[in-house]
Write a protein that binds this ligand. Structure first.
Ligand SMILES: Nc1ncnc2c1ncn2[C@@H]1O[C@H](COP(=O)(O)OP(=O)(O)OP(=O)(O)O)[C@@H](O)[C@H]1O
Ligand SMILES: [Mg+2]
Length: 222
């Protein structure tokens, strides 16, 4: 199913109540099987676009569509349920639970929807950690390096095998080798038919994209 933004505008009020226009009349389509890179300077609206596609930010104008579902018309509860079922998210600031270990963090999305965790999901969680070469070590993720935390965040996003992956600068904290590996993994995931949208400043990643959206001052230039 196609994910699309139609003439989306979103603004935030700053501390003084003045509106900051984060997205201005943004239209873009994201097809299954396609890797999209969103690039542009700091403050240009990249994260806001990703959050709008996930139903975290609700635009004041325009529509976010996934197939027939018009996200911006759903209640917050329904958007949360939709996101859990359809979106894997890698946040720019990871949003891991510091006190939990890597596996517990990866398994978090499953805990929201199930009382008892099937062993197959636990197995998948461990496989994802191994795939991204993370140590199966106990202990809080707060003690892991930033690069390790970033890969835990990606493993968590993939746990439920979502049709949409939204990743905000997922290689920003990685060394050259790991960056290449994660860029290749994101491309693979797209090749498997998923819709992958990634914000990035990383040439290794944008070079693999099928579509590059360049943002400036809340608008998509190309
Ligand atoms: N929750 C918020 N409240 C107020 N202003 C916000 C909020 N989120 C974003 N903004 C503002 O909207 C604009 C776009 O922010 P956004 O985070 O989307 O930029 P970005 O392109 O992701 O930047 P970066 O590369 O630094 O992550 C900025 O001016 C930012 O200050
Ligand atoms: Mg950002």
């Amino acid at each position: 199913m196609m994910l699309a933004a139609h003439s989306v505008s979103a603004s935030f009020a700053d501390a003084g109540g003045v509106a900051i226009q984060a997205l201005q009349d943004v239209s873009a389509s994201f097809a299954p099987g396609q890797l999209t890179a969103v690039v542009g300077p700091s403050g240009s609206g990249k994260t806001t676009l990703l959050h709008a596609l996930a139903g975290i930010v609700v635009p004041q104008q325009g529509r976010i569509l996934f197939g027939e579902v018009e996200l911006n018309r759903l209640s917050e509860g329904r958007r949360d349920a939709w996101r859990l079922a359809h979106c894997g998210m890698v946040f720019q600031d990871f949003r891991l639970i510091d006190e939990l270990d890597a596996l517990a963090n990866v398994l978090l999305p499953a805990q929201f929807s199930r009382l008892h965790l099937p062993t197959t999901l636990r197995q998948r969680g461990m496989e994802l950690l191994a795939r991204f070469e993370l140590p199966q070590r106990a202990g809080p993720v707060a003690r892991l390096s930033r690069g390790e935390q970033q890969r835990v965040a990606l493993a968590r996003a993939l746990l439920l095998d979502p049709p949409i992956l939204l990743a905000d600068e997922p290689t920003a904290s990685l060394d050259a080798d790991n960056g290449q590996r994660i860029a290749a993994a994101l491309q693979d995931i797209a090749r498997q038919g998923k819709t992958v949208v990634t914000v990035t400043h990383d040439e290794r990643l944008s070079a693999r994209a099928d579509q590059v959206l360049t943002m400036k001052s809340g608008r998509v230039l190309s």
